[in-house]
Design a protein. Structure first.
Length: 175
């Protein structure tokens, strides 16, 4: 895996992140019969707008990490420090908001490297729990997170356009 790097995103990366985010999200979820094209479009236009990501990048509690292979962006992760949700009991939680790879790079070990990078960041910054929401029908992602020691502690609503969907809330204690 020579040529694979993970770097912290800066404000000028907003367009790159938006492009990866839209494509990776579509690759992951557009094919599921529960997700209408209208709801997918409504969600991605707002969540992955360059302006939205730029605002995130200006927030000192939000961090994006870009995964690159031979200089080409192939995925990213987003974490939010001190993000609270009722079912997660922690003194200093951190949320893994997103972890996406472009489809052709899934299953090659890059997702694991990106996950470990986020966990190391959380530990280095004194967080005691990492938590995330994962769609109840995203079995591949659920299996991935289980390998890293995440366990289900609750659920919440993820609004995909006009469709309120169920996300499982998973957490992992950090040492």
């Amino acid at each position: 895996m020579g040529g694979f790097v993970i770097r912290k995103a800066v404000l000028s990366d907003a367009t790159v992140i938006a492009d990866i985010a839209r494509l990776a999200f579509y690759q992951a979820f557009a094919g599921h019969p529960a997700n209408s094209p209208e709801d997918m479009k409504a969600y991605t236009e707002k969540a992955f707008a360059v302006e939205t990501i730029s605002e995130d990048l200006k927030n000192e509690l939000v961090h994006y990490f870009i995964a690159e292979l031979d200089g080409k962006p192939v995925g990213y992760a987003k974490v939010k420090q001190n993000s609270q949700i009722e079912c997660v009991k922690a003194k200093k939680p951190i949320e893994l908001c997103r972890l996406y790879l472009l489809e052709e790079y899934i299953g090659k070990g890059f997702g694991g490297k990106l996950m470990r990078h986020c966990l190391e960041f959380a530990i280095e910054n004194g967080h005691d729990v990492m938590w995330l929401g994962v769609w109840e029908y995203n079995y591949r992602a659920q299996g991935f997170y289980k390998k890293f020691g995440f366990r289900r502690v609750g659920e919440h609503i993820f609004q995909l356009g006009s469709d309120p969907q169920i996300d499982w809330v998973l957490q992992k204690e950090l040492s």
